[in-house]
Design a protein around this ligand. Structure first.
Ligand code: FAD
Length: 436
């Protein structure tokens, strides 16, 4: 009899979840859990709650979906209040588990959680196995060792394309899920999707997550990706991807990718199926290109780890420390800087939890290079607000714009006037978000 605990983290899905599949194969009894640390919502050092309301709602829906799917297969998702290293460690001992399996996350806080859990359990002979699985490519499938990962995205992409390697095919959901252990605490699963206060529903949203089609969870993700390719939107992706507002200008895969409701391999396999059925063009190629960016930021985390979380990032010791102005930062967060394109973007972000890539770049550049604020404060604000918050992509993009990451041009400063002219020539977006 082998009792295992599967700890869901940023991998809230059953299909193409190699760690979960392995746990199902190795266990005779399996307890799927998710840890909810009440401290996770505490204020950051920048003075606001770490997980904002939009993220909380989207995440709750993803948990509810996972629980429903597990319950449909005779299992359940136990919500464990507390930090993994305390609550999960105690539970593992209580039910006599022989091991804990989970997804590996290569960001300092998430790695510390696993290290502390491992330390707490090793003295009881309980193993913790964290499996890397959130990239399209597995590290071993790359045409170079990770220590030689090209720091520049272009070098990374060219090396992959030159070698002609592809990510492996996604796995199906496990055929059967082992029953719950007899000693499993009889608690309810997640409360279900949180009820959204009416004032949070904003018809201007580009990602209306309160509608079933955009709700968190694996089943909504699968339906969305199916519709996206059926409507052949990938063919026009390159032409529309710099849009600022609306549902269809970009794929909108990110909130599901970030929570793990959708795996990057599944997205990639659907894209390649689409190309073989309907033909590839520069639009479909560009979607692959962007998914490669996502992988690159993940592998940079494995290569550089905590160095990406220093104030100077990867810059050398002579780099000046970031400056910061609390008042300017607060005005930026509230969409009250006086710059219409920036304020419109910041209002959309606060009102909906989503923002186009173009506007993310514009508002980040403005905060760092015009308001001379600390890029880490901006990254923390995005972390709180974005329903697609992903540590790798968020940290990587903020460092890139700040010129403290791997940008060959040493940072990106955007000219607001030019950006507004090019991407919002008729002022439609600025008018749409002229009010909070
Ligand atoms: P699409 O344009 O349809 O792209 C398809 C997929 O490619 C995306 O879902 C995403 O997985 C990947 N992708 C696209 N652009 C990027 C990029 N620049 N970097 C990494 N992956 C990319 N993305 C997140 O998922 N989470 C974040 O926390 C996040 N923070 C960001 C912070 C800043 C300052 C900036 C400039 C960008 C950030 N991005 C982040 C990247 C990008 O803005 C979003 O991935 C994209 O806007 C999501 O919408 P989409 O799924 O419609 O993207």
């Amino acid at each position: 009899m082998t009792t295992l605990i599967y700890w869901f983290r940023n991998d809230l899905r059953l299909a193409d979840n190699p760690a979960f599949t392995l746990a199902c194969k190795n266990a005779t009894r399996l307890l799927p859990i998710v840890c909810q640390d009440p401290q996770a919502n505490a204020d950051t050092r920048w003075g606001f709650c770490r997980v904002g309301v939009h993220r909380q709602h989207f995440h709750a829906a993803a948990l509810a979906d996972l629980h429903a799917q597990l319950a449909g297969r005779g299992s359940a998702l136990l919500v464990l209040p507390g930090k993994a290293q305390h609550a999960l460690a105690a539970l593992a001992r209580q039910i006599g588990a022989s091991g804990v399996m989970c997804e590996a996350i290569a960001a300092p806080e998430e790695q510390a959680e696993v290290a502390e859990l491992t330390a707490a359990l090793s003295q009881h002979g309980i193993a913790v196995d964290a499996v890397w699985q959130s990239s399209m490519f597995e590290p071993a499938g790359l045409p170079f060792p990770l220590e030689r990962l090209p720091d520049m995205f272009t070098g990374f992409r060219q090396a992959i394309e030159k070698a002609g390697v592809l990510p492996r095919a996604p796995l199906p959901a496990p055929a059967a899920i082992p029953p719950l252990p007899d000693l499993a605490p009889s608690r309810d699963g997640p409360d279900g999707a949180l009820e959204l206060p009416l004032e949070m529903v904003d018809a201007r949203s580009s990602f209306p997550y309160w509608l079933p089609a955009f709700s968190g969870g694996e089943r909504a993700a699968a339906a969305h990706i199916g519709r996206y390719f059926e409507r052949k939107l990938a063919h026009t992706y390159k032409a529309t991807r710099n849009g600022l507002s609306g549902i269809d200008y970009s794929s909108k895969f990110s909130p599901w990718l970030a929570t793990g409701a959708l795996s990057a391999r599944t997205a990639c396999a659907a894209l390649h199926r689409f190309e073989s059925d309907h033909g590839a063009n520069d639009g479909s190629y560009w979607l692959w290109f962007e998914l490669l960016w996502r992988d690159h930021f993940r592998f940079l985390h494995i290569k550089y780890g905590a160095r990406l979380y220093r104030a100077r990032g990867l810059a050398d010791a002579s780099a000046s420390p970031p400056r910061h102005h609390v008042k300017s930062f607060q005005r930026w967060c509230a969409g009250e800087t006086g710059e219409p394109i920036v304020d419109a973007g910041m209002r959309e972000l606060a009102a909906t939890g989503y923002l186009s890539n173009r506007l993310r770049q514009i508002v980040a550049s403005y905060l760092i290079h015009d308001l001379a604020c600390d890029w880490r404060a901006g990254a923390a604000w995005f972390e709180a607000q974005l329903i697609d918050y992903d540590p790798y992509s968020n940290q990587g993009n903020w460092l890139y714009i700040a010129g403290r990451g791997t940008d060959p041009r040493g940072g990106r400063r955007f000219n607001l006037h030019k950006q507004a002219q090019e991407y919002d020539p008729d002022g439609h977006y600025r008018t749409l978000w002229s009010q909070p």
